[in-house]
Every structure is written in C-alpha cells, then in structure tokens.
Design a protein. Structure first.
Length: 360
C-alpha cells in the first residue's frame, strides 16, 4: 500500500511539474513574442498581426517609438501612416478605436503621455492628430464604447496572467502568423473592410437606415453642458499639460446624408451650436490646429462614401495634405462661424427629396 501511495504521489508530482512546465513555456512564448506589445517593442522580423484595437493599442502607445499619434474613431482607420511620414516627416502610430467616446480618447492619451513608458523615454510626442466626432461629445464622462481588457491598461502585473496564459493570444497572434508567414502592414492597420466597390451611392442608400422623425426640437444650448464636461475632463487636460505638443483636431468630413440624420432627430440648431462651442474652446490654445472638413465639395457626392459617414481612403490622404499646407484650417471663432454658415447653405441647397425619391 505504501509503495502504491508513493507511486501515486510521484505521478501527481510529475503531473504538476509537467503542467507547470507547459505553463512556463506557454507564458514565456507570449512574453518573448509579446503580440500585444505589452512588455516590449516588436521583435524584428516577426510577422505581427495587428487587428485588435482594444488589446493592442495600449501596448503600441507604451512601447513603440513614434513622434505622432492618430487618435479617434473609425473616422481615422483609413489613414496610412506612411502619408504622415512622407508629407509631414512624422513617424506616426495609429491608435484608433471604432466608435470611440471621449473616455476612450482619454484612456489611450494617458498612456501616450506616460513619461515612464519606453515610448516617452525614447521619443517625445510632437504631434497628435485627433478626430473630433461631435456626436460622441455628449457621452457619459466615464463610458467607453466597449469594455476594456483592464489587465492590458493597468500597471498590475498579477492580472497579466489573463494575457500570458491566454490560448487565443498564443494560437491566433503567434502560431497563426508564423504558419501563414505574413503579418500586418503597420502603416495600414485597422483599415476598414470596405473595398473600393463599396464606395458608391448605390451601396450607401441601399444600406441606409433613416432615423425616425422627432417632432420636438432640441434646445440650441442643450448639448453644450455635457460637451463642456467631456472637453474639460477627457480632452483639454492633455492640451494644457503638453504645450510643446501640437494637437491637430479635425471635424471629419461626414457626408451630406449625416445632416439629414441630424434634421430627422431635430437637433440641427443645437448641433451647429455644439460645433461652434467646441471650436471656441479649442482655438485659444497656441498648440492647437483646428480643421473643418465637413463643407468639402466631396461631401455632396455619396460615391465618396460607404455609408453616411465613412469616406474613401483618398480623403484621408487629402486631410494629411491639409495638415501640411493649412487648407481647411480654422483660425478664429469668426472663421468657424463662416464655415458653419457655408455648411448651412450646402444643406439647404441639397435636394434630399430627389435622393429619397429613387429606388436604391
């Protein structure tokens, strides 16, 4: 009996030792390759796949060397960072969050400007390119678009077990790219899935869902208080704390169909007031550049879009050109008011009745 017990004990010890060995190899492989860049910069030559904004953005912000970063929603995913290098001479990393709320921007900028990180120890942040999506500026101050994997955002090494012993990380982000032998082009990460065939009026109108008409108009000032809170808590602290960093805020060029949504929701005057308010809050800062792209002629042609707001990558390239030459830049409150007046005229002059009279 004693011999049998000893055999069982030895087998148990062997089993535990084997499991620990597997766990150590498992974790060691993830830590060494580090596909989410949680511990270090990318290994030279490894085919990293970058397709998970929630999990990979914090590591890129913390451990890659860059001078500029792209912040914002899906309005930023079709930027090619090679354009920023070519036109602005700026090594740039894309840190987009589809559907980003101001709190999402705050979370990633907190990492971008963390002076203890490898990135900041080696590269100062010279430029931040920030998509200012007005519809999200009334979100709750603490709300993120999606639940975050907190273990990749905090400094607690204990909960890193959720990363280093994650089978999906091992198989999908290490084994799969090794087998396929191909990783992501970091200059084009997060590009939208739409191919050129999707950017046409037929597709836009076929997939468009018109909001229900709201009868009561929203008061002109009602969007301002929460917008001010989000600016004060989630955005402006970074502008104020980093006067040597240039912030390029831009209002993305949603299509003319976006404004139909606004009118259906009966928030037209309130929305224009909100745009003016945000501009007036940003413009006094010496390190802020503000661009208003929504009255571009291209916004009238739905063949430039895949839905009511998402535009062709060529427009992303054009915006980078504007960041360089100053086209569409706003310099004063009066200039912003003038652009919004032009926007109002474009909306008034657009024939929505003809657009909706056709079968798509």
């Amino acid at each position: 009996m004693e011999k049998k017990n000893r055999t069982y004990r030895n087998l148990f010890i062997l089993f535990v030792a084997g499991m620990l060995t597997i766990a150590v190899v498992f974790a060691g492989t993830i830590i060494y390759v580090d596909p989410f860049f949680h511990y270090h910069a990318p290994l030279k030559g490894f085919p990293y796949v970058v397709d998970n904004q929630l999990s990979q953005n914090p590591g890129m912000a913390r451990n890659m060397c860059y001078e500029g970063c792209i912040i914002g929603s899906s309005m930023t995913v079709n930027f090619d960072t090679d354009d920023f290098k070519e036109l602005l001479g700026t090594e740039t990393v894309k840190l987009s969050y589809s559907g980003a709320y101001p709190k999402d921007d705050y979370n990633i900028l907190s990492i971008v400007f963390d002076e203890s990180s490898y990135a900041r120890q080696n590269c100062p942040v010279k430029k931040v390119f920030f998509a200012m999506d007005i519809p999200t500026m009334t979100a709750d101050l603490e709300t993120t678009k999606y639940p975050l994997p907190e273990y990749l955002y905090d400094a607690n090494i204990v909960n890193d077990v959720k990363y280093v012993l994650n089978k999906d990380v091992l198989f999908q982000y290490i084994m799969r790219p090794v087998v396929q032998g191909k990783g992501s082009d970091l200059s084009e990460i997060y590009f939208s899935w739409w191919t050129p065939d999707y950017y046409n009026i037929q597709w836009v109108m076929h997939t468009y869902e018109e909001p229900e008409k709201v009868e009561k108009e929203l008061g002109a000032e009602e969007l301002i208080p929460q917008t001010e809170e989000n600016l004060k808590v989630n955005i402006l602290p970074f502008v104020e704390a980093h006067p040597d960093t240039e912030f390029y805020f831009f209002f993305p060029p949603y299509s003319i169909l976006y404004w139909h949504n606004v009118m259906q929701e009966n928030t037209f005057e309130a929305t224009l007031k909100q745009y003016q308010y945000v501009a007036d809050r940003l413009l006094p800062y010496d390190n802020v550049h503000l661009f208003y792209f929504q009255d571009m002629e291209e916004t009238l042609d739905l063949n430039n879009y895949a839905d009511y707001s998402h535009y062709k990558p060529e427009i992303n390239r054009f915006m980078v050109e504007c960041f360089k030459d100053g086209n569409y830049e706003i310099h004063s409150s009066e200039e912003m008011a003038k652009e919004l007046s032009k926007m109002r005229q474009m909306i008034d002059g657009f024939d929505y009745n003809e657009l909706f009279s056709k079968e798509w």
